[in-house]
Write a protein of this length. Structure first.
Length: 185
């Protein structure tokens, strides 16, 4: 039996952090998305242990401020793209408002640290979500384009093909064929 799962990365990460930090008896506050304030000094050896265990969950402690802000940009984009109710304002305005920096600064910093643009990262996230929607929700391409704030199915298709090398329709056929093969086994 195959089950398709949908999960909220924010809720999942927060739950893991709460469980692990409480298990270690640490005093902390989760102050925002991707931010934890420790209310006590943590010895280096214990911090190394905490870091190693959190890394096994894909959670990384970032100490460099630039890298931390870039991670917040990524997290905000992922939150925005994968949200059930995406923002009605432009992505640039949303990022600037949410992170309290000008979009120009955020965009330049992101490019400097990641060697790619905010726009490119956003496109990649949208295409990943489009693939999930095609696989899991069986939505039409028109519905997916609307959900991801594309102006048309053609625009979605162009970005999908530029990112993956195949069109969304070809991707749908591949998924249908895989399901057909899985059901015959």
């Amino acid at each position: 039996m195959k089950a398709f799962l949908k999960f909220d990365f924010t809720v999942l990460t927060k739950k893991i952090l709460e469980e692990k930090l409480s298990q270690w008896g640490l005093k902390y506050l989760i102050t925002g998305f991707g931010e934890v304030e420790f209310l006590e000094d943590i010895p280096e050896d214990k911090l190394a242990e905490i870091t190693a265990i959190l890394n096994s969950y894909g959670i990384e402690i970032i100490e460099n401020q630039k890298t931390a802000l870039v991670q917040k940009i990524k997290d905000t984009i992922i939150e925005m793209v994968f949200s059930d109710s995406p923002p009605t304002v432009k992505a640039s305005a949303y990022l600037a408002d949410k992170l309290n920096h000008s979009y120009g600064y955020l965009s330049n910093l992101f490019s400097e640290v990641t060697y790619t643009s905010v726009e490119n990262f956003m496109i990649i996230q949208k295409i990943e979500y489009a693939k999930q929607l095609i696989v899991n929700d069986k939505m039409s391409l028109t519905e997916i384009a609307y959900k991801l704030n594309y102006s048309s199915v053609a625009h979605l298709s162009t970005q999908f093909k530029n990112t993956t090398g195949i069109t969304p329709s070809q991707f749908q056929r591949i998924i249908a064929k895989r399901r057909e093969i899985a059901n015959t086994k």
